[in-house]
Ligand binder design. Structure first.
Ligand SMILES: [Zn+2]
Length: 195
């Protein structure tokens, strides 16, 4: 395994996988030895990103198999070319746009909530958020999760339409609407490593 080094004006070293390559961005003045150490330390992470063996979709694991170009979901397999990361992002995004707005509409009408719009985002650090204007923002990465946990995230954000914080009153409302919310919170933690 090797990496592509990009020197640029920045304060810290950052590494990621893009188009099937490990890319490390480092400040101009950092010695090569430090960059090599950084690479060695994060080797397992890069390897897992470069050569993942399965992906999650709606909480179910699919084996990754290779094809020449593009991506497809066939039976138990997610078929992808070498641009796996880009393929996956596109796959999740496409599915998210089809799946999530309908779930929000369904759950909002069940609880009598009124929201403005649903936005599908690429957020990596949060599954969802609710704006003061009443917009519900949902990460396309939610498509990895089991349907019940996706619903919980939506319910959580809908509850923020009533309580714009994580107060006791907020969690009481969450519990009323979703009795096993703690279980779903654990599920979210489990999947956070795939973000
Ligand atoms: Zn919240």
């Amino acid at each position: 395994m090797h990496y592509i080094l990009i020197r640029e004006l920045r304060k810290s070293i950052r590494g990621f996988v893009k188009n099937g390559e490990v890319v490390i961005k480092a400040p101009y003045f950092v010695p090569q030895r430090v960059i090599d150490n950084f690479f060695a330390k994060h080797r397992d992470y890069f390897a897992a990103k470069l050569y993942p063996t399965y992906i999650y979709y709606l909480g179910k694991a699919y084996k990754i198999a290779s094809i020449e170009e593009g991506y497809r979901l066939v039976d138990e397999h997610f078929l992808s070319d070498r641009y796996l990361e880009d393929n996956l992002a596109l796959f999740y995004k496409t599915q998210a746009k089809e799946y999530l707005p309908g779930r929000v509409e369904m759950l909002a009408s069940k609880f009598g909530d009124r929201y403005a719009k649903v936005h599908i985002t690429a957020a990596k650090t949060r599954w969802g958020s609710c704006s003061s204007k009443g917009n519900i923002n949902l990460s396309y990465r939610l498509m990895m999760l089991p349907p019940g946990t996706i619903d919980y995230v939506i319910i959580h954000e809908l509850c923020h339409l009533h309580h714009f914080n994580h107060s006791k009153a907020f969690w009481k409302l969450v519990q009323q609407r979703c009795k096993d919310y703690k279980q779903h919170e654990n599920e979210l933690k489990k999947f956070a490593k795939f973000l």
